[in-house]
Every structure is written in C-alpha cells, then in structure tokens.
Design a protein around this ligand. Structure first.
Ligand SMILES: Nc1ncnc2c1ncn2[C@@H]1O[C@H](COP(=O)(O)OP(=O)(O)OP(=O)(O)O)[C@@H](O)[C@H]1O
Ligand SMILES: Nc1ncnc2c1ncn2[C@@H]1O[C@H](COP(=O)(O)OP(=O)(O)OP(=O)(O)O)[C@@H](O)[C@H]1O
Ligand SMILES: [Mg+2]
Ligand SMILES: [Mg+2]
Lengths: 225, 225
C-alpha cells in the first residue's frame, strides 16, 4: 500500500541545514496497524505529513497504491487526501468559526454528499466520540479534549481506508483514550490501515507493529503482534 | 494565597444553560504543589483561567493575596498576570509570526526589562527546556512538543511565584516530560506555588495534593505527600 524509499526532508534556515528526516525507507501493507513512536522533534509529524500527501520529500520516492506520489496530478492527490485518507492532526486544525458539526461535515462536502445525509453522518461521527451534546459548539467553546475528538470524528466521517492519527489521545483522559483506541481497533478489524504517532507506550502497545524514530532516522521496526 | 468561594462559571447557549463550574470552593497556600485531575470537559481549563485572572466567574468570590479579584483595578490585574503568575496554556498561545526567542521575551518586555538582559534571560529559559538550538524558529517551524516547551519557557522566564500549567507535558515524550517535571520540582523547592492540570497520573503523583474535578464540581481533595 505504502512504500517509502530513501526519504529525506530538509529545511534550509539561513546558513543552517536541518534534516527533519534522513534516508527513511519502509513499507506498510494494506490492513496494517502501525504505531510510530519517538522523542519530541524526532520527525514523526514530518513523516505523517509525507504519508498523508500533505507535504513532499526533499529527496526520495513515495508510492501509495503503486502510484508514485511525485507523478500524481492535483486531482489524483485531492482524491487520495479526501476519500482514502483520514488525518487527525497534532494541532487539530479545526475551522475556528464553524461549529463542531460543520467541521465534521467538511470532508463530506468535498465528497459531494447531500446536505441531509451529511448532517446525519456528521451527527453519528460526533456521537461515536461522545460529543453528541456539543455539536453546535465552536472550537473556542470546547475543551482541549473535546476539540481533539472533533478532529477525530472529522477524520473518520468519510470512512477512510487509511487513518493517519498524530497524537490522537494527547489531550484525552485515560477513560476517553481507551474509548478512542477501541474505536480505532474496530476500524482496523474492518480491514482498514491505521498509522498512529504517539508518545504513550500504552497506545503504541495496542498496534501490531512499532517503528521507533530518533533524529529523523528509523531506529527500530518491530512486529509486536 | 488563593481562596475560591462558591465559584460558578456558566455559559448561555441559546436556550441551554451550561455550567462549566458549579459551586467550587478551595484554598491554596503559598508554596503548595497542587495537581488538578479530571475527565475531558470537566472544567479544569475553565478553573485555571479563573485562578490566573484571565476570566471572571459568573458567581462567587476569588481572593488572591487577600485582594478580591473582582475589586482590582486593571493595573493591579495586569501586575498580577505579568509579574506574579506564569501561565502555560493548554493550546500554548504563541505568537505565530515571532521566533521562539521573541515569544519567550514577551513577559520581559511587559516587565520593562532592557533588550540585552531580555535576550540573555530568554536564551537561558529556552536552554533550560533543551531548545537552545531552536531559538530562531517560528512556531510553524517547531514540532508540537517544541512549541509546548517554548510555552513553558515563556511562563518561567519572569520567575513567577505562582506557576499555572495546563497539561504542560501533553505533547512531550516520557524523557522530556521527566525533565520538565524536575524543572517544576526545583521551582517548588525554591518556595514557589505550582498548580498543574494534568490527565496523566504519573504527573499528578509528583504533586503534594491532588484535586479531582468531575462535571464542574470538586469530587475529591487529597493530600498525597
Ligand atoms: N518548517 C520547518 N523549518 C525548520 N525546521 C522544522 C520545520 N518543521 C519542523 N522542523 C524541525 O524538524 C524536526 C522534526 O519536527 P516534527 O514536527 O516532525 O517532530 P515530531 O517528532 O512530530 O515532534 P513532537 O513529538 O514534538 O510533535 C524538529 O526538530 C523541528 O524543529
Ligand atoms: N465558551 C464556552 N461556551 C460554552 N461552553 C463552553 C465554553 N468553554 C468551555 N465550555 C464547556 O465547558 C466545559 C469545561 O471546559 P474545560 O475547557 O474547562 O474542560 P477541561 O476539563 O479543561 O477539559 P480537557 O481535559 O478536555 O481540556 C466543557 O464541557 C466545554 O464544552
Ligand atoms: Mg509532532
Ligand atoms: Mg482543558
């Protein structure tokens, strides 16, 4: 499903060259449940943005579904990002002036779904993360963990076959984290591919494979189930 | 130092009345190390904003240093917020177009510190959170955990006697979390007052007292050391 070969991501800062990712190579098969763990600043979000086609590498090749991402048209990329991939951002990236409901409807609008069906699907997605009673709240009328759950609901509403989640339980208490992890496990059991970035070992342990990243490089790649 | 009596925080949403805090009362003595723990949406950030004089209660009284906050002048409030309290926000609240260094200098600018002394203090604060090599980066050129550490450095740079930290290790890996918690313990050992909101039990266990909040009410208030 996903193939990364010799991926580098480099930023030029004045005279300084910063390598956020160095010569990263790995494969992810369809239906895998992978956790990516590593210290702060080690390159996890950078890697997730590349996997999600939200950014492009400085060097190296990235194939998704046997297509080289660098060769895709804008339409093909938009298709992948909106229909095949659900992305939970580390900083949520919600629209500040839209309600929770409207934020979750956004991917459905892009998918051309009718208004009444959108409403229903967005309501259901918010109910699945225990926010059924917060649908009219805007992000600044929600707690940190509630905003994170809106971001999760939005990533799931289009039933993506690939879920990319960057620290999806970072703002959640343990009980809510357990509920979200069960949600992800159900998705995985349905045959979908899950890639989670996390700092928390309890979250990483629920994946089937763990990649450890340090200073932009893969340090370890272990099958744990 | 801090006295809260019968505090309510209520939001009116159309016909619906939402009580984020209900009849909350407690005291915090000078030099205490308190953790506030509770589920997502239970009212922790709301309470922190009241303690930090960033918001006012709908009902009830709040005294800090024997002064009723509701009776303070704008000058007195500004003085407290800028000189006595250091606040680590759950969402960091960094200036997007300023470097890490400039973000950390901000409280020193308000305190009227000279430019050269500001530079030096801000550099030292960033070094204390292991970001000495990221001082010229802007927030969007930093990882999630790096942004959180800039927010921590900014809260500490003015040597506040009261540190209010809302989920200060939420975006940090375990090693970095341990470093930040040691930093807070040193501050506490120097006689300062520390109030931390956290979901993580390992973080709460390092405090001397833990208040558990649920649905806007105090459920438990335990001395643990
Ligand atoms: N636009 C940029 N310009 C320069 N450096 C950057 C930029 N974006 C990220 N970096 C640097 O690249 C490195 C990797 O960042 P990344 O966000 O991938 O880390 P991370 O592993 O997700 O960290 P965290 O766990 O703290 O979220 C960091 O050291 C960061 O400072
Ligand atoms: N401006 C607002 N208008 C309406 N409701 C609000 C507003 N701000 C917060 N709330 C509600 O008040 C409750 C408490 O919010 P608060 O941010 O204090 O929770 P929290 O304990 O910090 O949660 P978390 O652990 O998720 O950060 C939440 O249920 C939230 O939806
Ligand atoms: Mg990150
Ligand atoms: Mg909060």
């Amino acid at each position: 499903l996903i193939m990364m070969r010799n991926i580098w991501k480099t930023y030029q800062m004045g005279t300084e060259t910063l390598h956020a990712l160095r010569d990263v190579s790995f494969d992810v098969k369809k239906g895998e449940y992978l956790a990516i763990i590593g210290p702060s600043g080690s390159g996890k979000s950078t890697l997730m943005n590349l996997i999600g086609c939200l950014d492009s590498p400085t060097r190296g090749q990235y194939w998704i579904n046997n297509n080289q991402v660098a060769e895709m048209t804008d339409d093909e990329l938009a298709q992948i990002r909106n229909k095949e991939i659900g992305f939970v951002f580390q900083t949520f990236n919600l629209l500040a002036r839209a309600t929770a409901l409207h934020n979750v409807e956004l991917p459905l609008i892009y998918a051309g779904i009718s208004a009444s069906e959108r409403h229903e699907k967005a309501q259901a997605a918010l109910a699945s993360v225990e926010l059924g009673d917060r649908v009219t709240h805007r992000p600044n009328e929600l707690s940190g963990g509630q905003r994170q759950r809106v971001a999760i609901a939005r990533a799931l509403v289009n039933h993506p076959s690939i879920l990319l989640a960057d620290e999806p339980t970072g703002a959640l208490d343990s009980k809510t984290s357990v509920e979200i992890m069960s949600l992800f496990e159900r998705l995985h059991a349905e045959g979908n591919t899950i890639i989670i970035v996390t700092h928390e070992h309890e979250v990483a342990e629920r994946a089937h494979r763990v990649i450890t990243i340090r200073d932009g490089e893969i340090e370890k790649d272990e099958r744990i189930k």
